[in-house]
Write a protein of this length. Structure first.
Length: 365
């Protein structure tokens, strides 16, 4: 089969969940003999690679305006895809659903990947939230194969719009730390830091983590890996918390470094609350981190009883962080449970098989 991935920032994965999904699925499908094209944004492809892990990379420009960047690039990618005979066009992000109304696109066999509840994200103003809500409703009405990465999101589409979807989650790898000396470059020591890896957006609750850590009164460090594509007041306010115990290393994409960060933290804090299944949470669980997660259905669906949960207030999170420091044995048992969950439910090879089967069914009509 010939398959196009459109709507992500591209590969190598250097941003978020959609990019991770495109890379992990794409390279596995390519290894199985399929021809996979990934349409990438020029600003996120600094090495200008035209081939990556068996995938063909098509680099197109994007308009660096927050609200328009995804739509403009996806439109250009869909236009470009018309020159090729793709068996399946896989479009990421329900924000792109209006583009799929175009007559020359509607005839394609399309998979549309939903995100979380994008209209709830605080980074959008009133117009942006209204657009994302309308795009979500449209996605539920389109004659496409709708994919949700979370059963909770699938249930939301069914309840809200009466629309069935295909549940295909993200995956992760079970692994242990191999070389903690990689942490030396960040001035970190194993077991002596809390970790959060996320985009710096209000609904991911980095501010809550910083306030809880400030109240914890500990000699441990806090490492906030990530950032934002656009400078905002929220990001600037976060960085005002900087002190000797708080580290902002920026985005880190090196897999070996990320593995060591996850595997050697005293606890991983997962603050995301409006998305579906989050790759960073899966990666933390797979690497054997003890997880303290925001108490929302999406996170409970993934983590279950293999971690603990916090409410949206710094006092509660500070208590849970203190619990992690005082209950190492109980935390170790939860780490083991978390890795078992990844083995059983979130194996990338199994995920790729589900996706391949869906593509075959669409290609066969």
């Amino acid at each position: 089969m010939k398959i196009a991935f459109i709507g992500t920032r591209g590969v190598p994965a250097r941003y978020g969940g959609f990019e991770t999904c495109a890379e992990e699925l794409g390279r596995r499908l390519a290894a199985r003999g399929h021809e996979v094209w990934v349409y990438s944004r020029s600003g996120y492809a600094p090495q200008k690679k035209r081939e990556y892990c068996g995938m063909r990379v098509v680099i197109l420009p994007e308009l660096r305006i927050k609200f328009l960047e995804t739509l403009v690039h996806s439109f250009l990618a869909l236009l470009s895809s018309l020159r090729e005979r793709f068996d399946v066009v896989s479009v990421f992000n329900t924000a792109n659903s209006p583009l799929l109304l175009c007559p020359f696109i509607r005839k394609k066999k399309i998979i549309l990947h939903t995100d979380g509840l994008e209209w709830k994200r605080e980074k959008w103003g009133p117009v942006g939230r209204k657009y994302h809500r309308l795009a979500e409703r449209l996605a539920a009405k389109l004659k496409v194969a709708l994919v949700t990465d979370s059963r909770s999101i699938g249930a939301y589409f069914k309840k809200s719009y009466g629309r069935d979807s295909h549940y295909i989650s993200y995956g992760a790898t079970v692994e242990s730390g191999r070389d903690s000396r990689l942490l030396d470059g960040l001035g970190l020591r194993p077991g002596l830091y809390f970790l959060q890896v996320t985009r710096f957006e209000p609904e991911n609750n980095c501010h809550l983590t910083l306030r809880a850590f400030r109240d914890l009164k500990t000699d441990r460090r806090l490492v906030l890996v990530g950032g934002a594509a656009y400078s905002t007041k929220y990001v600037r306010d976060l960085r005002r918390f900087r002190d000797d115990l708080i580290l902002f290393p920026g985005f880190i994409y090196d897999r070996n470094m990320l593995r060591e960060l996850y595997a050697n933290c005293c606890a991983y804090i997962h603050g995301n609350e409006v998305g579906g299944t989050n790759p960073a949470l899966l990666q933390a669980m797979g690497a054997g981190a003890f997880v303290i997660a925001r108490d929302v259905p999406f996170n409970r669906e993934v983590l279950g009883e293999a971690g603990i949960y916090f409410a949206r207030n710094p006092g509660d999170l500070a208590e849970k962080m203190a619990w992690a420091l005082d209950n190492a044995d109980a935390a170790a048992r939860m780490k083991s449970r978390a890795q078992d969950i990844i083995r059983r439910r979130y194996d990338w090879d199994k995920v790729a098989t589900l996706y391949e089967d869906l593509c075959k069914a669409l290609a066969a009509g």
